[in-house]
Design a protein around this ligand. Structure first.
Ligand code: ZN
Length: 480
């Protein structure tokens, strides 16, 4: 046992000696041998995208533990921080004749998150299907630029959470208060005209419609059409296009199809329509003037001074200024008075003429008898004097010109809506050169028929005219 211990002891001494020598060499090297010492030098650094690059040589010196002199580096290589990626640069440390080359990897990186912003008021609205609407999402990134298209959103607990990731993986999240709201109807757009005119026994071509919904997008395939057109019967047909969105909001749009008597067509040249409006002005006359203006159509207004037409002097002036003919109907519109005597008639006529002159500066000479020259009401007021026979002569003797009509819209009779008024007029038109149409602009539905009448007239070669003193005579047969 003792012997063995002695052998082990010898080996131990040798091992300890070797170890001691090693330590001695290391100590000498560490403390006394001059060399380059890299106190701080990174072999890999990161530089933010688009920022100016500065070399980072760190702290390098040459010398011993006791004395080490700082060594400046010569920097070689370029880094383009406008492009993401890895670059290599080299530092050359030189101390007297000693040289140390160190490479450094420079990573140009994008660490900046995109910025999401919402143009719209909170709470933001979203549909039952999760699509948001009524606001705009904008996302921009320092490196990728516009990322608006890349924003995804989800809805959680009445919040809309927007998320976008840039090409370097930087993620931004934005949370906004939201509210489920899907009350907007789809919008149906008709293909083709909303007023279609088909000659009797002609062909009606259904052009259908398209539908778009703020929540559901294209709903064209869900449109249903109610109604039908019988081209073998004149009249007005209404087609109703309906569509529902996913929240059961219903939209509907109608198309009016007029099947008209076509026997008088094709047309001759020089067909004129004189639209005339009695009994106004009224609350609807401005709307009428707007339609006439839209189609650059001139018309004739046989005006009155009844209570219901008071307060529209500016409208009358506008009609005059826009080139329409202002004619005289009656001041009072009181048949019992007007047709009681020739004097009474002219008292009433001059009263309305004076009023028009006051408003427009012009004294009209164009007249329409209340009830027309063929009216029979005058019989019960004139005491058997056959006053219409007298008036039709007297009025021309005084230089006036009266006009009756040869197309009755029947807006004071059986026609009770715009479609009936339009149908009555359209079905009365043929290939004559002069059509004087009777309407009343104190009836809103009659005013509402005018656009259809104009569309028909213009698309069938008619010219719309205002009555003038020398316009063709359209006069009824006196009937008293
Ligand atoms: Zn009248």
């Amino acid at each position: 046992m003792e012997k063995k211990f002695q052998i082990d002891k010898k080996i131990l001494i040798i091992l300890l000696s070797i170890f001691g020598l090693l330590v001695l060499f290391l100590v000498i090297y560490f403390f006394f041998v001059p060399r380059f010492q890299l106190n701080s030098f990174s072999s890999k650094i990161e530089v933010p995208y688009a920022q100016e690059f500065a070399f980072q040589a760190g702290d390098v010196c040459y010398g011993t533990f006791f004395h080490c002199e700082k060594v400046e580096a010569k920097e070689e290589g370029t880094v383009d921080t406008s492009k993401l990626g890895s670059y290599k640069v080299t530092y050359v440390f030189e101390y007297q004749s000693k040289v140390l080359l160190k490479e450094q990897e420079v990573l140009v990186v994008d660490n900046e998150k995109p910025v999401i912003s919402i143009e719209g008021e909170e709470p933001l609205t979203y549909c039952a299907n999760g699509n948001g609407y009524g606001y705009k999402v904008v996302a921009t990134d320092n490196y990728d630029g516009d990322l608006s298209d890349k924003v995804v959103s989800k809805i959680e607990n009445e919040k809309i959470i927007f998320e976008v990731v840039d090409s370097s993986g930087n993620k931004s999240i934005l949370e906004k208060n939201g509210i489920l709201k899907d009350e907007e109807k789809p919008v149906i757009t008709l293909n083709g005209e909303s007023n279609v005119f088909v000659p009797l026994n002609g062909t009606y071509e259904e052009k259908n419609a398209s539908a778009y919904d703020n929540c559901d997008g294209d709903l064209t395939s869900g449109i249903t059409v109610e109604g039908s057109v019988d081209t073998t019967k004149t009249g007005e047909y209404i087609l109703t296009y309906k569509v529902l969105d996913s929240n059961n909001n219903e939209a509907s749009v109608t198309r009016n199809v007029y099947v008209y008597q076509a026997s008088d067509y094709p047309s001759l040249e020089g067909k004129n329509i004189y639209l005339t409006f009695d009994d106004g002005p009224s609350a609807y006359t401005s709307k009428l003037l707007d339609v006439l203006k839209k189609y650059n159509v001139k018309a004739t207004f046989f005006v009155t001074d009844q209570n219901l037409t008071r307060g529209y002097d500016d409208v009358l002036k506008r009609a005059y200024d826009e080139g329409h003919t202002i004619g005289l109907h009656t001041s009072s519109h009181n048949y019992g008075y007007i047709y009681s005597s020739v004097d009474a008639y002219f008292n009433d006529l001059y009263a309305i003429q004076n009023k028009v002159k006051k408003i427009t500066g012009f004294a009209p000479m164009i007249v329409r008898f209340p009830g027309g020259s063929s009216n029979t009401i005058s019989r019960s007021a004139d005491g058997g004097t056959r006053i219409m026979s007298q008036l039709t002569k007297a009025i021309q003797a005084k230089g006036f010109r009266y006009f009756d009509w040869n197309v009755d819209s029947n807006d004071a009779g059986g026609a009770k809506n715009a479609a009936q008024v339009a149908s009555n007029v359209i079905n009365s038109l043929g290939n004559k050169s002069t059509y004087v149409v009777l309407q009343h602009d104190i009836k809103e539905y009659s005013v509402d028929a005018v656009e259809t009448i104009i569309q028909f007239g213009l698309s069938h070669g008619y010219t719309f005219q205002a009555l003038k003193m020398d316009s063709p005579r359209v006069e009824h047969t006196v009937n008293n």
